[in-house]
Design a protein around this ligand. Structure first.
Ligand SMILES: *[C@@H]1O[C@H](CO)[C@@H](O)[C@H](O)[C@H]1NC(C)=O
Length: 229
């Protein structure tokens, strides 16, 4: 099948979501909603969940989720695959951010990205998931972005990266990096436009009743969080 921006190449269908303890819920579930929506009538998607083991992976493990409110907001996802045993034919990997990217519990995720990137058609990061990719060395010499709130700490993980501060998302070759949390939805829709065609992406956004910011330079958060620049 030949669709949209990838005339002459095969449209990817095997999509992996990288899980590690302390991943940000919307970084994952925003793009997953778009995959869920497109998968019904518009594109064939085989979604897999890749974690450190087959045990459920928490968004808010006690060790790293500090709260002064006595909150429990632990949401867990059960992986279908492990870092050691991923599907052979993985084409797209989505790397979320969250509390996890900088703590040792994400070292396995970093190693997984390093080993897997050369086989991928696309790598997509959301928010400070770019730290995982930067630590894996796959962003070196590339343009990339991350969230604007934790900007300084994030970019410190990738001194060899050409960081772009005012950007909803950035595309460099087959690597798509996005700004904070909800930016992952705009990035995934733009990626869907690139891969499956703009009308398909627009239909996905409409079905989600999502006001798609189809402009990678739209980024008020670079200004709102300018004190962290
Ligand atoms: C990454 O970004 C999220 C969302 O803005 C934030 O809650 C988290 O603290 C950041 N992670 C790190 C390691 O700074």
């Amino acid at each position: 099948m030949e669709v949209g921006g990838t005339i002459g190449t095969t449209v990817p269908s095997k999509v992996g979501i990288l899980l590690f303890p302390g991943f940000e819920p919307l970084d994952v579930f925003g793009p997953v909603e778009a995959f869920h929506t497109i998968s019904k009538q518009l594109a064939k998607i085989n979604l897999v969940w890749i974690g450190p083991s087959l045990d459920p992976v928490s968004t808010a493990p006690k060790e790293i989720h500090t709260t002064t409110m006595g909150s429990t907001v632990d949401t867990r996802v059960v992986p279908t695959h492990t870092y050691d045993n991923p599907p052979e034919d993985l084409e797209v990997l989505l790397v979320p951010g969250g509390l996890g990217p900088r703590v040792p519990s994400s070292d396995g995720a970093v190693a997984f990205v390093k080993k897997t990137y050369p086989k991928l058609k696309y790598l997509i990061t959301v928010c400070n998931g770019s730290e995982i990719a930067a630590r894996a060395g796959v962003l070196d010499g590339k343009k990339a972005t991350t969230n604007k709130f934790g900007w300084k700490e994030s970019i410190a993980t990738g001194p060899g990266v050409d960081w772009v501060r005012t950007a909803r998302y950035v595309v460099d070759g087959n690597v798509w990096t996005s700004g904070g949390v909800s930016a992952g939805i705009d990035a995934i829709l733009a990626w869907m436009a690139h891969v499956y065609g703009r009308e398909v992406a627009r239909q996905v956004a409409n079905e989600m009743e999502y006001e798609w910011r189809d402009d990678k330079t739209w980024d008020p958060f670079a200004y709102i969080f300018s004190e962290y620049a």
